[in-house]
Ligand binder design. Sequence first.
Ligand SMILES: [Zn+2]
Length: 508
Amino acid sequence: MVGLPPSVVRTRLRFAALAAVLCSMTAARAQYPGAEQPPASIKTGWDSIGKDDIKKWMAYLAGPECAGRGTGQPGFQKAAEYMAARFKEFGLKSANPDGSYFQGVPFTRTAVVPSESYVELVGTSLKITAGKRLAFTGASGDAEAEAGVVFVDANGDAELNDPKVIEDKIVVFMGAQPSRRLRSQVTGAGARMIRVVDSVPESPGAIRRKSANAPPNNPGRTLSTVVISREAAQELAKACKADLAQLVATGEEASARAVTGEGTLKLVAKVKTEDIMVPNVVAMIEGSDPVLKDDVVGLGAHLDHLGESNGQIYWGADDDASGNCSLLAIAQAMAKNPEKPKRTVLFMAFCGEEMGLIGSAHYANNPIFPLDKMTCLLQMDMVGRNEQTQNEKAEDNVDTIHLVGSKRLSMELHQAVLDANKYVNFKFEWDEEDVYTRSDHYNFAAKGVPIAFVFSGFHPDYHQPTDTPDKINFDKIVSTARLFYATALDAANRPAKFKKDPPPTGGG
Ligand SMILES: [Zn+2]
């Protein structure tokens, strides 16, 4: 009954049977109508899971400080530090042997060295170095180019009447985005291009999984992603005496316009590739039973999202700040509940998920606790929205969530989730089994760890800058946290680990 406005409650009451009314009134803290009361042994923790904390955490993780939590970007590091600070505040221990809450995952960053990357008008004092007025947004290897300069405005979607004027030149596009046709004219003429943008994006460089075979340097790519501020381009035009007023189309003319500048332009990019570490956040509640504490119950969410890209922030409120809020709520609930888990419970907030499940792959290949001691991994990825697709309306999905993958490795685990759901009463949906490989749990499942994955479904803001906290259904995050809080405690306290089912035979 949490979160329903009074008018909805009144309507419900009018139609409900008396028994149901009494039931829903006594079960005031149960999440959805018809849910049973959780047992007294887990009640203190259960009741601690609420919207106020979750809203506060969401505001930070999906807010300006974390700027979309791009792996390798400063916002991700802030998010990781925030998660670690909350785990510490709740009294959780570090799960890492070095005593920190971070498990470092190796990446490489390829970016220009700003002080050594620039554009200059040869023989003059005009030199613009990389930074706020100039950027190489796709730097991939050292590059240099020297040529005459032509300023071009596409005047909408038009092409140049005479592409010869840009042959082997450096073209500065003064208009909006150059059209595809104009760009292919530039390429055809062997010219380089610099695009004018309203705000030069901060360029964190290309972050990649560290691997033995790094991608080859591509100077051509470095030089095809140069952007410059409008003000800097105007300064450049002035220095090479190009009259930009001539770019303004007159009358009905439909062609792109070009103005050639005096002198030679030199573009230099110095690119550095460096090894960096990006953390998975790992914290634990040590099991209270001297024997069972060697077994581990895993809970996971991915902390990263798409970060800042081309001057836009992808906030990732649902994907997957929602899962991390749920992770924190469960950690706090277990820490507050007087009865402690017998097995160790491990909380993991992974990096690099959006880049291909990199942080969880690193954990699965370098587990802090042996994977055969992990009785299950419960993953939460996108648990804060009401599914909205061509076939399903958001308002019909207020209390639905997809339970994915739980039947694949252990029916005992699957049943444990169903049992825990008696206290929540989510309407489980089963039509998203094809996302089984698309979140962190898959790296554990591939190594035989039984998994259960909850996912509230796709919506039009998926992987868009519009995935923001104001669209979140916070009751759903509360419900998700309660579901996996109860499941994890059951997993931690039952006499034996979840039995793994034999792999299916035959059939194909
Ligand atoms: Zn995603």
